[in-house]
Design a protein around this ligand. Structure first.
Ligand SMILES: Cc1cc2nc3c(=O)[nH]c(=O)nc-3n(C[C@H](O)[C@H](O)[C@H](O)COP(=O)(O)OP(=O)(O)OC[C@H]3O[C@@H](n4cnc5c(N)ncnc54)[C@H](O)[C@@H]3O)c2cc1C
Length: 417
């Protein structure tokens, strides 16, 4: 397989770019695999990559019902960060951040990892105290965090509405190592890396049924025929409840649509990621100049990859309360993805009631930043049957036992996370 480098770029330029090879194969499914991963999103592909690379399990297939990148991995707003408060979450997201920092060298693909910083604005004394606590918790875990006062913020982001009558901006919590990554390049990079290690990535192959013999999974039925396996892994994000129903599994997960927006191209003016603290709005600027922004999930359950106008209005209002100049910017495109909202806002990565079925989901709208660590830890679980040390809190039974991992402290309500 071709290795990407400055030299290969030069060589191919001289041969009129006629010798580039496909980044991954397009194989037909084999009759049997050691591990089948349902879902060729970021998490499924990353799992296959680490399973084959770190744990040496290579007889693996990733089954994707559409094309790679058709799910949330190619629909998110590309933000990565590890500014978590709770013990169960923070080490995992920091592990993910460390994997992002070396990812492009590791899988030899330009994913445009850009550590441009993430700033969460605060608008009241109480919110400042909460962010101070979060920042301290981060620093105790060895994660970078800096509390910026209004003057420091003004220097960085002069265009914010500091004197807004309802939501004056008092300062912000910054994680300088946070930032953005080109989302679909992440899918492509993991796919290419996994393929190089022998993993079969099978697109346009929907899993329509799961075969079992008592509490053992024996294989799957797909639109490309039946395939048997020794272990079955689910990483289908917004379709989690739907696929789990095939084995009569009810999950503490609801699916909601989340929209994202991109504006016309503008000259560079936001060189970081900024999130509003008095409503749900966050924005960054893409390398092409478009402002990429988003807000809250739709309030109702849905499997549609599109949202509604009420959320568009909410996002526009929150955006303008934060950056009044946005009123003159034209929106070019908007789209939606299906979020697997867990009841406490934290993910689930665990074995299930069936002996060789493993579950990965409940990422809510924060699963993109988790992609490398999710893949690594899920691969660890699949290969060793024990959770990775940073993912021990993501157990399924925490909901039954009452040990919620409630990062936002808003209780067991999917639409509040
Ligand atoms: C608008 C939006 C903005 C977001 N912004 C951010 C952000 O800035 N930062 C962040 O960290 N997170 C963000 N997220 C969340 C993040 O994108 C998701 O949590 C994460 O991508 C989910 O994991 P995934 O990549 O594996 O999902 P997906 O890419 O959705 O992968 C799941 C795959 O499973 C496939 N599948 C489903 N059913 C079947 C079946 N029966 N058979 C075969 N295949 C099947 C689907 O086709 C899909 O490709 C955002 C999400 C959206 C929609």
């Amino acid at each position: 397989m071709m290795r990407y480098s400055a030299l290969s770029l030069l060589g191919n330029a001289f041969s009129k770019n006629k010798n580039w090879k496909p980044a991954w194969r397009n194989p037909d499914p084999k009759p049997n695999y050691d591990v089948i991963i349902i879902g060729g999103g970021g998490h499924g592909l990353a799992t296959a990559y680490y399973l084959s690379k770190v744990f040496g399990v290579r007889n693996v297939a990733v089954l994707e019902k559409g094309y790679l990148g058709s799910g949330n991995i190619g629909r998110n707003t590309t933000i990565i960060r590890s500014n978590y408060l709770l013990e169960g979450n923070n080490p995992f997201y920091e592990f993910s951040m460390k994997l992002w920092e070396g990812l492009e060298q590791d899988f030899n693909f330009n994913a445009m990892v850009s550590q441009r910083g993430v700033i969460n604005l605060f608008h009241s004394d109480a919110q400042r105290d909460a962010y101070t606590r979060r920042g301290n918790a981060m620093r105790l875990h060895g994660v970078d965090a800096e509390l910026l006062n209004r003057d420091q913020l003004r220097e960085k982001l002069p265009f914010l509405d500091y004197e807004n009558a309802r939501f004056p901006i008092m300062g912000g919590l910054m994680q300088a190592r946070g930032g953005t990554v080109r989302h679909d390049a992440v899918a492509w990079g993991f796919a290419r890396g996994a393929d190089q290690n022998g993993v079969d990535i099978i697109q346009n192959c929907e899993v329509t049924g799961i075969d079992r013999d008592g509490d053992q999974i024996t294989g799957v039925q797909t639109t490309r025929g039946a395939i048997t396996c020794n272990k079955l892994a689910m990483a289908v994000a917004g379709s989690s409840s739907h696929v789990a129903k095939m084995v009569d599994m009810r999950l503490p997960i609801e699916s909601h649509a989340l929209q994202a927006f991109v504006s016309e191209g503008l000259k560079p003016f936001i060189d970081t990621v900024v999130t509003f603290g008095a409503g749900h709005f966050y924005v960054s600027q893409s390398d092409k100049g478009g402002l990429v922004f988003g807000g809250d999930i739709e309030g109702y359950n849905s499997y549609a990859q599109r949202g509604n106008l009420a959320c568009v209005e909410h996002v526009a209002e929150a955006g303008m309360a934060m950056i009044p100049a946005l009123s003159r910017v034209r929106i070019l495109r908007s789209w939606g993805g299906i979020m697997d909202m867990s009841m406490d806002g934290s993910p689930i990565m665990d074995r299930t009631h069936l002996a060789n079925l493993y579950f990965n989901g409940g990422w809510c709208y924060g699963g993109f930043k988790a992609t490398p660590a999710s893949g690594y830890c899920f691969a660890h679980l699949l290969a060793t049957d024990t959770p990775h040390e940073t993912a021990t809190a993501f157990r399924m039974d925490r909901f039954a036992r009452g040990y919620l991992l409630d990062e936002k402290g808003v209780g067991a309500q999917a639409n509040l996370h």
